[in-house]
Structure formats: C-alpha cells, structure tokens
Write a protein that binds this ligand. Structure first.
Ligand SMILES: C[S@@+](CC[C@H](N)C(=O)[O-])C[C@H]1O[C@@H](n2cnc3c(N)ncnc32)[C@H](O)[C@@H]1O
Length: 288
C-alpha cells in the first residue's frame, strides 16, 4: 500500500491536488465549492435542524451548514477517522465557535446515533470509499427522521475516460495488455472506487426505503495540456490513504520494469499534448 499518504487530512489538503498546476488547483477548489453549494441547496437546512456531515473530512459541507444555521441548530461533524475531526475542531477553536455542533467518530456502516434522530444527512465522496454500499445507505436511512433528507455527491469513476482511450497503440508497448488490465481494474466488483454507478446507487437507495430518490448523473468534459511530471503523479498518488495507487494496481498484472516502461511510454506520448477527458458524478436528493 502506498506510503505517500498517511491519513485523510493529508490526502484532502495535499494529495488530491498532486500534479495539478496552480490554475487547476484553483479550478478544483471552485468546483468543490460549487458541489458543496448544490448539496446545501438540496438540503434546505433550517436553523433548528440536526444536520450530519457523514465522512466530513476537513469539513467542506459541515462548516457551510453551521454558517447557514448561524450556530442555532446542531451540525454533527462525523467521520470514521479521528484526524479529520481533530482538524475540524482546530478550525472551530481558532474561530472561537463553541456551540451549534458536535463531533462524532463513527463509520458510516454503524453510525453511533439513534434511529430517526437527524433531519438532514449531507455527504460528499464517501460511498466511493466503502466497498458495500447497501449497509451504509441503510444506516443513513435509519438515522434520518421521517421526511428527513439525504443530499449527497459521489464520483462515478468507472464511467470516466480511461488511459487507453487517450493513448495511441503505436506509441505504447503492450497496449492491448494494458487496456485489458485497465478494464479489469475498473470493473472489479470488490473495488469500492468503481463497483457502482448511478443505477446501482438508485437501487441501493430504493432498497433502503427512500421513495423515488432523485439520482442525477452529471458528465463534465474538460481539456488541458499534460504538463511534465503530471503522468507520474497520476500513477503514484493513491486515490485515498488506504487504497493502492494506479501503479500498484497495474503491478498485480505486470512486473515492475514493465509497469515503469508503460508509465514512461504514457508520459512520453501525453506530455505536451492536449487531452479531452470525461468525468462522471451523481447528485443524490432522497427523502425518507
Ligand atoms: C474524499 S474524502 C471527502 C471528505 C469531505 N466529505 C469532502 O467533501 O471534502 C472521504 C472522507 O470519507 C471518510 N471515510 C472513509 N471511509 C469512511 C467510512 N467507512 N465511514 C465514515 N467515513 C469514512 C474519510 O475519512 C474522508 O474524510
């Protein structure tokens, strides 16, 4: 497993921007704020409500919910990992905010809250790190009050542009073998990152009991020129602290010299070239 990233706060602050130019970091930050704002519009948070940010990380959703409630309701910062809660608490202490929130260290699979205790559940990019989505979604349903809402965003990675789609076979040794391996990696049912899409999520929500959940697929197209070193970063940076990097995934199929040669071929072919990418995600708005 990758040693590059020790914990979630490090990943959220550094690794997720790895290989990006300052302009791209700025774009990613603006995009995160836009996603946050859509989730909060869906949630229609009222001042007195109890709101939970599940897998809050560094508090993208929870801090905005707290601001919207003007600290008059209750925002639960919840995460499986204590480093995330410590990071959020530090910011709250610095801002001298003492009320309107609680910290809850709890995995999504067993949220330490009573049944029907929460008005709104907010979540961004958490199910993508959970192998079995159904028990997690059942658990969110359990803690919501009748009429309560789950408002969330999840990337749908398996529908994104794959490496082989932006490469040319003539410039890549063993192109067909790497294409086959990549397709297998992206279709692995045991890999939380790519074992779901908008249809499976809708089904999970319905099975949990949400009536007519709204699951909107969003496809974003982007184009940019690949910069020196970008390809290496794509391969060696893990998608989360506890997941293998793309390089490590390919090492299950090929020996290290072969994977290194592939990375070099990809880098030689793409660096300086303009690429067009398709990135998919879903917005969820579901009522209990
Ligand atoms: C990609 S980050 C998203 C953080 C935050 N929601 C945001 O949008 O910036 C994924 C978060 O999910 C949390 N997480 C991962 N697995 C979890 C689990 N089983 N239960 C609860 N939280 C989990 C991680 O600690 C991390 O904070």
């Amino acid at each position: 497993m990758s040693e590059i990233c020790k914990n979630w706060t490090q990943w959220l602050k550094q690794n997720r921007f790895a290989g990006q130019t300052p302009e791209m970091i700025e774009q990613t930050t603006r995009w995160l704020e836009a996603v946050r704002d859509v989730i909060l519009v869906y949630a229609e948070i009222m001042e007195h409500e109890t709101v939970i940010d599940i897998g809050c990380g560094t508090g993208l959703l929870a801090f905005k919910a707290l601001e919207l409630q003007d600290c008059k309701g209750k925002v639960i910062f919840s995460d499986k990992f204590q480093d995330c809660l410590d990071d959020c608490q530090k910011i709250l202490d610095e801002m001298e905010i003492k009320e309107g929130y609680e910290m809850l260290q709890s995995p999504i699979e067993h949220i330490a809250l009573p049944e029907s205790s929460v008005h709104k559940a907010l979540m961004r990019s958490v199910l993508v790190h959970v192998v079995n989505k159904q028990p997690a979604i059942n658990e969110i349903y359990r803690i919501l009050k009748p009429g309560g809402k789950l408002c969330a965003f999840e990337p749908v990675i398996r529908s994104n542009t794959r490496y082989w789609q932006i490469l040319h076979p003539a410039f890549i040794d063993r192109f067909d073998d790497f294409k086959k391996a990549e397709n297998e990696i992206m279709e692995n049912p045991l890999d939380s990152l790519c074992n779901f899409d908008e249809n499976t999520l809708k089904m999970n929500l319905e099975i949990a009991g949400f009536s007519i959940p709204d699951v909107k697929l969003q496809e974003v197209k982007s184009s940019y020129v690949v910069q020196p070193n970008m390809v290496k970063e794509w391969f060696v940076n893990p998608p989360s602290p506890n997941q293998p990097s793309t390089k490590e995934r390919f090492l299950k199929y090929f020996d290290e010299p072969t994977v290194n040669k592939f990375m070099q071929d990809v880098s030689n072919y793409l660096t300086g070239r303009k690429i067009d990418l398709k990135t998919n995600a879903v917005f969820i708005n579901a009522t209990k």
